[in-house]
Write a protein that binds this ligand. Sequence first.
Ligand SMILES: Cc1ncc(COP(=O)(O)O)c(C=O)c1O
Length: 440
Amino acid sequence: MAVNIGKNSRRIIERDKKIMITTTRGSYRFVAERGEGDFAFDADGNKFIDFSSFVSVYNLGVNANREVRNAIKKQVDVLMHAAFTDYYSELPVVFAENLMKMLPDGFGRVFYSNSGTEAIETAMKLARLFTKREYNLAFYGGFHGRTMGSLSLTASKTKQREGFGPFNSALHAPYAYCYRCPFGKEYPGCGMECLDYIKKYTLEKEASKKEVSAIFMEPIQGEGGYVVPPKEFVKGIREIADDSGAIMVSDEIQAGYMRTGKFLALDNFGVKADIYTMAKSIGGGLPMGVTVTKKSLGDIEPGAHANTFGGNLVAVAAADASLSYLRRNRMAIQSGVIKKGRMVLKRLEELKERYEIVGDVRGIGLMIGVEFVKDKRSKRYGVEEREKIIAKCFDSGLLLLPAGNSTIRIIPPLTISIRNLEKGMDIFEDAVKSVAEVKA
Ligand SMILES: Cc1ncc(COP(=O)(O)O)c(C=O)c1O
């Protein structure tokens, strides 16, 4: 599947550069035109196996599946926008009721918005109202969005924050990024110094634990490099939240929706949060953010928080069709994710054994990261190596996305066939091999 960037893509990119405010796009020249199942096609008809789910959105296949598309088409002819925070409507209530069947007992208050960052803003505002406290605690490497509230929590790359301060009152603490332990320790046997640090420093020297409104954590860091923490870390954060009376918010926006084989990624750690935020794949391909709280946290006054488009009927129709498909096929999707994830990890572990530039391989289910380094001893970030591998894969018809400083994410649609997954992995392996061998 050799890819040739044709004149259509080139022209669109030129026009884009003249008019669009910049996004995160770098040198990647993929111009999306259409997609189906495991594949995406560009504006020149080049075909790609999708290992990105278009940033964890198409969990049920590129352009969602037929059921979701039909639900969207049907709703468009009935009513698209219902002014759901001003008027009542049944479909958003139905979806909320269905969503609750996927959440732990005790959850039962739902707020709709249009994106991940808004789901986080909602959680921040609710936590402040519920606790009447000022500070939020988040983690280095964490990504929670780019509006002014959520950006105060995001601490993934300084580029994302530079020039935008001053921010909301946020504290940041080291995440358990064990491959690059900020304390120079090795897991296990490290005594979880990262947890001690929060107790001894962040909540002793910077802000009193009585002032912490909420702790925001991604169960697996996404944008920050696909970092999987040990269970003890996540459990320890829950204990810190309990001890300080803070609300624990699990940001499931990237890691949730069966990506790890479980509906909630936090469930992999045997921990429950007080608020869950979801977006990306929850809308079945349409924009949607959802903030779900425990009933016991309480309610807020009418008018205290609202928006225009939250609960948009087309988005909710897509979300409900997607969830209904997921619920009916839950066992098959779950076992597929586990089996496929194991297969990918096994192949990546072999690459790690063989090549100096493959520093770390980690993940749960089909949320997998490969961190590239200059060499295993120094662990210097293999930034150029990562870029070359992404480019080579692209030229061979495999769509990927980076994360963190030198990681590549492997996040195909959960429904990808074994055959296409193997094919994609063949392309990936060839690219790693050629970059590693040129270097050697
Ligand atoms: C974990 C996490 N939280 C929040 C966001 C922000 O979502 P959005 O881009 O929809 O605002 C993202 C986006 O990548 C994310 O991965």
